[in-house]
Ligand binder design. Structure first.
Ligand code: ADP
Length: 737
């Protein structure tokens, strides 16, 4: 591993002579295929042999054809498939010593001492046990004459890495297990629910009562008795007389194609798993790779397993609240959900006498409405009077301001676009009128939800604070834009929905060509100068190249990409996918690239092009954007309340310090408030992007998975950490996910 400055690169990290087996076990989950694909390709990339173990532990016990060497091509077209292509099973034999002995024999015979297990807590518990027993199992095999002493020495250490694949998000130490996000997609896609929700909210607007009741399959009451959906239905019908229907989602949640989030998570984790295996020494414990906030981490498998057992005891041996078990993020989500779903009677609400205005600025982004709903309801719960400004700063100076009540935002979570109305207009030219409106409505604080214009707009307001005292109030910005180009935040509301729109379209376009042979698609994505959508969308869709402004390319790069793709298309691979950000290069346009690939690919493949355009702003927001919008806006409102109280003196609010105007962003694993002024130095104003963008580090992953040799900076890859029940306060970012 080369060491330059503080950076670590792995181009010389070698897996030569190593054999890695990958298996999926337990219940299947969307994204497992993406993880398998990443393990196989990364394994082959570093020179290791990679084996599929079909049908989970059963295949390992049975051996034979169940354990097969994988090739680069054997995982192509796998990314978009639901479930698990290599099969998963529940396996009684592996719970028995005899079964594990057979499994060990099968592995040793093939020289496999690296095992990558993708499954839930049961599967990982089994993996841990297997590792602990390994040397004993080898001794037994020697005793029985099944292997010789030399083999037992040579394969004396079994390295294991786990990845959590489970739609239940029930694994401690990880924020999101592979498959959870897709399951959430299926839940919100359920047509019946959506219809009922719309009808009820229309009919009961103003006096909204129960709409949707979601019952988890494992829900239990205080006495550990199961709460079934039938039970809930009967209760609602008998007590309230509402017409009530029950739908059991069941396998709907496992079906369909994996979401962009799950594909990216699984691809990152798969590559990370291979790295973890290569870096394993005799002294490092077996680990689980996972994501905390936006950061990869490694956790000791043993600690995870112990924690699961501990939680199991909490769950079943005493009557403590089950929610303490899972994770802080879950607890926080539940708290926010309760706060937003149930209106307190007017008499129980505090009275703050503060007025807070909310506005959307810039282009619409899915999840903006969820953020507004959350801000309005949290604000009302804290006693403020909430005002909605329509059409951004333009509506502000024109006086389009109205009080907004609890019921006005009912049903907003699932709606796309901006219901308030949003415009790109900046405030500088109309500052006097804006100050006048602030005075007229006695606005004591501002919440601005939007993209790069929102950021610029707040800076313009700040610049005018010296002239207009009305602007000396707390202001907070929450990033919301599909482009994900706001400084101070790794992610913005709306970007996940855009990624899903891109991947769904790429899947569809690829399928449209089924039957025809060898075709390359050139797809143009949005984002201004920011290459996030092209790069991360490329990772999720399995692209061969993604051209962006941040990573300049010239004719030699284009030539080598075309040649690389042509070589690939001469093998069994039939589809090529090339993404291009709209502003990646003013001369190498989408048409140019299309024509170049068409000409050079003659005789091997043909080309199609597609400009995705505004469909990337998405219809309904993805579950991630709904949750993220809801959580981040709630946090922003709580900050406003705190700042209002701090800056209230002698009958008025006066806030003029840098930290009275902040941007709330996700940074690695935490949600942090950063003074807008301080973000100036981090911003490239000409191209409207942050000077440093974390996701550029993901680009090599896409290249590796597309069979390119590339340099990959792994200084940021997961460090070994410890499992704790309640993480310290800093890691609130995960609560946003
Ligand atoms: P999940 O991994 O999704 O939690 P299961 O609990 O069904 O699913 O576990 C999957 C498989 O992992 C089991 O069928 C079994 O082969 C293996 N396994 C689970 N728990 C253990 C254990 N305690 N010891 C050995 N193997 C286990």
């Amino acid at each position: 591993m080369a060491q330059t400055d503080n950076k670590r690169f792995f181009e010389n990290l070698s897996g030569a002579g190593k054999a890695i087996a990958v298996l999926t076990s337990g219940g299947d989950a969307q994204g497992m295929n993406a993880a398998v694909r990443a393990v196989v390709r990364m394994g082959i990339y570093v020179g290791a042999k990679v084996y599929f173990v079909h049908e989970g532990y059963q295949g390992m016990v049975d051996g034979g054809d169940n354990i097969k060497e994988a090739t680069w091509e054997s995982v192509s077209s796998m990314l978009q498939m639901g479930g698990t292509v290599i099969g998963s099973a529940r396996c009684k034999d592996f719970r028995m010593h005899e079964g594990r002995l057979k499994a060990a024999h099968n592995l040793v015979q093939r020289g496999i001492t690296n095992l990558c297990v993708i499954g839930g807590d049961g599967s990982l518990t089994g993996a841990n046990l297997f590792r602990e027993e390994w040397s004993g199992l080898l001794a037994e095999l020697v005793q029985q004459g099944l292997i010789d002493e030399e083999a037992s020495q040579k394969y004396s250490a079994l390295h294991i890495v786990g990845m959590v694949g489970s739609i239940d998000n029930d694994f401690c130490g990880t924020d999101m297990t592979i498959g959870t996000d897709s399951a959430l997609h299926r839940i919100i896609e359920d047509g019946w629910e959506e219809k009922m929700c719309q009808k009820l909210s229309a009919k009961r607007a103003g006096m909204k009562r129960l709409n949707i009741i979601i019952v988890a399959e494992g829900a239990i009451d205080r006495n550990n008795q199961p709460i079934t959906s039938e039970h809930v239905k009967n209760l609602v019908v008998q007590r309230l007389g509402f017409d009530t229907r029950v739908t059991i989602l069941g396998h709907v949640q496992r079906g369909g194609t994996p979401s962009a989030f799950d594909r990216i998570l699984a691809s990152r984790m798969g590559v990370e798993a291979v790295l973890a295996l290569l870096e394993t020494t005799a002294n490092t414990p077996a680990c689980v790779v996972s994501l905390c906030g936006n950061q990869s981490v490694r956790l000791p498998l043993m600690e995870c397993v112990q924690m699961i057992q501990h939680l199991y005891l909490i769950k079943y041996n005493n009557n403590t609240n089950v929610f303490v078990c899972t994770c802080r993020s879950f607890e926080n989500n539940l708290k926010t959900y309760k706060l937003l779903a149930h209106r307190k009677p007017e008499s129980e609400l505090p009275q703050s006498n503060f007025n807070v205005a909310v506005l959307n600025v810039g282009a619409p982004a899915a999840g903006m409405n969820a953020a507004v709903r959350s801000a309005v309801r949290v604000g009302i719960s804290e006693g403020h009077k909430m005002f909605a400004v329509s059409d951004g700063f333009e509506g502000f100076y024109k006086g389009q301001i109205k009080e907004i009540k609890w019921a006005d935002v009912g049903g907003w979570t699932g709606q796309g676009g901006s219901l308030l109305g949003t415009k790109r207009t900046l405030p500088a030219k109309h500052i006097d009128k804006i100050a006048e409106q602030m005075r007229k409505y006695n606005i004591n604080a501002l919440l601005v939800i939007g993209g790069f214009e929102a950021f610029l707009g707040i800076m313009e307001l700040l610049a005018a604070r010296g002239t207009y005292e009305e602007l000396c109030v707390p202001m907070v910005m929450v990033p919301a834009t599909v482009s994900n180009n706001v400084p101070g935040s790794d992610l913005s509301i709306g970007a996940d929905t855009a990624l899903n729109a891109i991947t769904v379209t790429c899947d569809r376009i690829k399928q449209s060509a089924s039957g025809t042979k060898h075709r390359v698609f050139i797809i143009e994505t949005m984002g201004g100068y920011c290459g996030y959508l092209a790069s991360v969308g490329g990772l999720a869709a399995g692209a061969d190249a993604a051209y962006i402004f941040e990573e300049p390319f010239d004719i030699r790069d284009l030539q080598s990409n075309v040649e690389h793709l042509t070589e690939k298309m001469k093998t069994s691979i039939q589809r090529g996918l090339v993404l291009r950000n709209e502003n990646s290069n003013e001369n190498y346009t989408t048409d140019f690239i299309y024509q170049l690939y068409s000409e050079e690919g003659k005789g091997v493949f043909d080309c199609r092009k597609n400009v995705l355009g505004h469909m990337q702003q998405g219809g309904a927001p993805s579950p991630f954007d709904r949750n993220f919008g809801t959580k981040i806006a709630a946090k922003a409102m709580q900050w406003i309340s705190k700042k209002l109280n701090e800056s209230y003196r002698k009958g008025r609010v006066f806030a003029n310090t840098e930290d009275s105007a902040c941007l709330l962003g996700m940074r690695r694993r935490a949600l942090v408030f950063q003074p807008v002024v301080q973000l100036r130095d981090e911003t490239d104003f000409v191209h409207r992007i942050p000077k440093e963008q974390w996701w550029l580090k993901l680009r090599p992953l896409m290249k590796i998975l597309a069979k390119y040799k590339t340099s990959y900076d792994i200084s940021d890859s997961g460090q070994l950490e410890h499992v704790v029940l309640n993480r310290p306060k800093q890691s609130e970012a995960m609560a946003a996910i």
